[in-house]
Ligand binder design. Sequence first.
Ligand SMILES: Cc1cc2nc3c(=O)[nH]c(=O)nc-3n(C[C@H](O)[C@H](O)[C@H](O)COP(=O)(O)OP(=O)(O)OC[C@H]3O[C@@H](n4cnc5c(N)ncnc54)[C@H](O)[C@@H]3O)c2cc1C
Length: 618
Amino acid sequence: MPRSSVTTKRGGSTKRPVKKVATKKTTRKKTPIKKASAVLIKQASKKVQKTDGIKRNPLGHLLLEKMLREAGFRGGISTKKELLEAYSYDESIFSVRPQVVIQPKNRKDVEIATSVVAEQTKRFSSLSLTPRAAGTGLGGGSLTDSIVIDVCAHLNKIGDIVEKKDKIIFTCEPGAMWKNVEKKLKEHNAYLPPYPASKDICSVGGSVANNAAGPDSLRHGHCADWVESMDVVLHDGHTYTIKPLTLREFKMLIKQDHEYARIAKQIFELISKNEKEIKKNKPETKKNSAGYPLWSVMPQGIAKFKKGEGTFDLTRLISGSQGTVGIITNLTMRALPIPKNTTLIAIPIFNLEDAADSIVKALKFNPINVEVFDSLTFDLALQNPSFFKDRLSTSMYYKVMLSMYTTYHVRFRRKTPEFTVLVTLDEETTNRTEPFTISQKISSGKVKARVVSSPVESEMYWQIRRASYTLSKFQDTSKRPAAFLEDMTVPPENLSKFFIKIKALLKEFNVTAAVHGHGGNGHFHFYPLLDFTNKTTPALVEKMAEKFFSTAVKFHGNICGEHNDGIIRTPHLNKMFTNKMLDLFKQAEHLFDPDDIFNPGKKVNPRFDIKETIRTKN
Ligand SMILES: Cc1cc2nc3c(=O)[nH]c(=O)nc-3n(C[C@H](O)[C@H](O)[C@H](O)COP(=O)(O)OP(=O)(O)OC[C@H]3O[C@@H](n4cnc5c(N)ncnc54)[C@H](O)[C@@H]3O)c2cc1C
């Protein structure tokens, strides 16, 4: 299904490029590559002297189209100015201009592009391939100064949904949009549980490559937990189907003579030799997408695997690798039946110190999700009712608004709670214990948890929670809610203390930030409002990142719960991991990608200077 245009339900369009690059079949008048070279080389060589951190060697890029076509690449290739400009942005605070954008028509094209770049990188060391799906990432993962390989343009097919005895399975190409997969799954009463809040604008492949997560991840984990198998083009330009392997399958694989076999064998050896260090570095939080999760490849331990227990699972390492170890061309994933008859409990928290206790109590009832938004988010919803107009039918809009104002004026007596906590329970839980009893057990002192029996009130809370990020833009439309502190996670029991400290830090930096997130996982999204046209902003971002990230780690948390490392967090991974572990990440990446052709500078070997790379428009 060809991609046409993309808008978001969040009240605006993403910066994602929507144009299709002309493919080989289209007759195009184009300046011959040779003719363009001299001028471009001259221009680009000026840049080499200007930018220190990032190498810009245009020569390989100028020859790329010729090299790709000769190798049989059929998809689109473009160096059009406006296209390069569009691909210079994702939803992060960064901007990096690529040299070329390619849009593979099929898997073969991905293999060709990989082979050509792997071969040519020996001559032109700055050539590399950075996969891009819907480009909604918040860390700059899909940005590059070399070649963008856009998988959304053509690689977006969704296969059949197969209902087996105990599971629901579907396949899709990486560029399949999440909302389209969701629609198809809904026909089977099924859903993909780790859905991110961006599910209306992101793809499934980009989500797996980021190891994205969402509200239901409290119970159902990250995207990686739902991968059955994946087809991946590795650095040798061949596609391999990668899936969890039993000991017998693993032994059979490593006898074979190809790159996947070599990599599997060497990753096994790397983990075996460093098992203790890897275990020591496993983040304490339930959610994490920082680093390469070497601890998840054989979570049962080497000794047990050698006895035939569990599996050796490289999909765990490739999920969340941000395109740094290979390019995913197909996914087989599991889905679940949509939960029926769920119950919502709302907990207004007027005193921040009560937040952790209430959430920890709610967690005892095995909720599907525990979500939070702060007083500023609620206030912004109250102040901007028209924002919800497009999101609801007319009658529902008025009902939801009435519910919002009644809740504020009558129930909360015109005082917005510091936090509103939403707890979703499933049928199984509420069949065992009455919802009212559960709400009583969560309540204590001034905290009054309440079963929300009205579907309109429930819709009102979820509308605010889902709109949290977009609502934060209304604080000051001349600024941008900046995604760089948005992914810190702490164990839920530390949540109150952590949040109080974060509030103090925001005050110290004289910055406001609306907050929402996945309370059950102690996972908060802070989006400070910053003006990126202001020259002092890059230095401020650097200072704040340093201080806030260190604080999260001090509270036994991490800096990257679900949005992945990208440009922003890669240089800060030393706060979470030992130097030895960082070296193991490097070794793992190198085993997959010896010539560093896949998305260099992300996850390991940071090469983008944060201050230099920060966008200059809001
Ligand atoms: C409003 C908003 C809300 C969000 N909410 C959430 C949330 O709740 N949870 C969450 O986890 N994230 C969230 N995000 C971040 C982002 O939307 C998700 O991480 C999303 O899953 C990324 O998908 P994408 O298709 O846009 O991928 P992209 O941003 O295009 O790519 C993501 C990464 O994957 C790599 N990649 C892409 N395709 C491939 C491939 N075929 N093979 C290998 N690597 C590949 C890219 O190089 C990049 O590093 C949010 C973003 C916004 C703007």
